[in-house]
Design a protein around this ligand. Structure first.
Ligand code: NAD
Ligand code: LMR
Length: 326
């Protein structure tokens, strides 16, 4: 058995965490040979509920769980962590856009960025799930100047998985047959789920569906899927969000073996996107590092969609600049 790694999960008494914690504890993130110490963060008012979650984790007698730290102090929660899953924040309700949460949640991520900076291991891998995820991740990164750039990322993997599933269902295939879906930009209704590089059964996806379905059905369905789930469930997606968070972190840590996945990472200017914003890109992962896939041809339709979601992220950045550390 290896030495245990420390994994922080914020919003640990919330709905996403109620799935996420148990799957991580079962080994779904880092495999069946990697023991874990769970660092669970909540706000003071939710500490009783968190205690209930801790009781349940203990009752599972998970072979991989070596210890649990349950706290309402981000400095304790992030002490020496190897991985951080930043889930804790308010979800939207019906009729809201995710960016309506900007003000409510932004403060959380400036505080937590500082706490990461002061306490986490320098090679910590951080995923922001709490919405608006891309800009919250940017706020955290701007408040964590001593954590190397690129170690704080945001989640577009749920959108990536949704896109795979929608296309597979349309073609009567399995999601495993779908390769190189890309979700560019923001985890919001401006995101661009791009099929122009996608293959299904090794043949171009766009030769197998018509352009009208792609533009007027597939793209809006993926963009609006979060809202559709809120309408159907009366609460935002939880188990699927937890599953996507595990996919994002597992692939980053253990590698994608050449497969392309989507991660929101600080733009390095690739594809002409404004440097610095947290933008969904196609990446491959190897040796604990991700790499943006370069050199893809971008047609005019894709370019305009990529620009629309970039513009939204620039606006969000402007709105929260006052929270960036000096
Ligand atoms: P929830 O309300 O069930 O749980 C959120 C938890 O966070 C609560 O227990 C709350 O007490 C806690 N919390 C609030 N402020 C905190 C703080 N400062 N520190 C620690 N914990 C704090 O919500 P949920 O359904 O679990 O969703 C959490 C977030 O994830 C929401 O913002 C939601 O919109 C977002 N989300 C993102 C994606 C994505 O794809 N990126 C998908 C689904 C949900
Ligand atoms: C989702 O995509 O399901 C989440 O971001 C929740 C939401 O507000 O849509």
């Amino acid at each position: 058995m290896k030495e245990p790694v420390r994994i922080a999960i914020t919003g640990a008494a919330g709905q996403i965490s109620y799935s996420l914690i148990f799957r991580i504890a079962a080994g779904d993130l880092l495999g069946p040979k990697q023991p874990v110490i769970l660092h669970l963060l909540e706000i003071p008012q939710a500490m009783d509920a968190l205690e209930g979650v801790v009781m349940e984790v203990n009752d599972c007698a998970f072979p991989l769980v070596r210890d649990i730290v349950a706290t309402d102090d981000p400095n304790v929660a992030f002490k020496d962590i190897d991985y951080g899953l930043l889930v804790g924040s308010r979800p939207r309700g019906p009729g809201m856009e995710r960016k309506d949460l900007l003000e409510a949640n932004a403060e959380i991520f400036s505080v937590q960025g500082k706490a990461l900076n002061d306490n986490a291991k320098r090679d910590v891998k951080v995923l922001v799930v709490g919405n608006p995820a891309n800009t919250n991740a940017l706020i955290a990164a701007e408040n964590a100047p001593d954590i190397p750039s690129g170690q704080i990322t945001a989640m577009v993997r749920l959108d990536h998985n949704r896109a795979k599933s929608q296309l597979a269902q349309k073609l009567g295939k399995h999601a495993n047959d779908v390769k190189t879906v890309i979700v560019w930009g923001n985890h919001s209704s401006t995101q661009f789920p791009d099929l122009s590089h996608c293959k299904v059964d090794d043949k171009p996806a766009l030769d197998q569906v018509d352009q009208d379905w792609y533009e007027n059905d597939f793209i809006p369905t993926v963009q609006q899927r979060g809202a559709a789930i809120i309408k159907a469930r009366g609460a935002s997606s939880a188990a699927s969000a937890a599953s996507a968070a595990i996919d994002h972190m597992r692939d980053w840590a253990l590698g994608t073996e050449g497969y392309v996945v989507s991660m929101a990472v600080p733009s390095d200017g690739s594809y002409g996107i404004e440097p610095g914003i947290m933008y969904g890109y196609p990446v491959t992962c190897d040796g604990g590092k991700y790499k943006i896939v370069e050199g893809l041809e971008i047609d005019d339709f894709s370019r305009s969609r990529m620009k629309a979601t970039e513009d939204e992220l620039r606006e969000e950045r402007e709105a929260v600049k006052h929270l960036f550390g000096k």
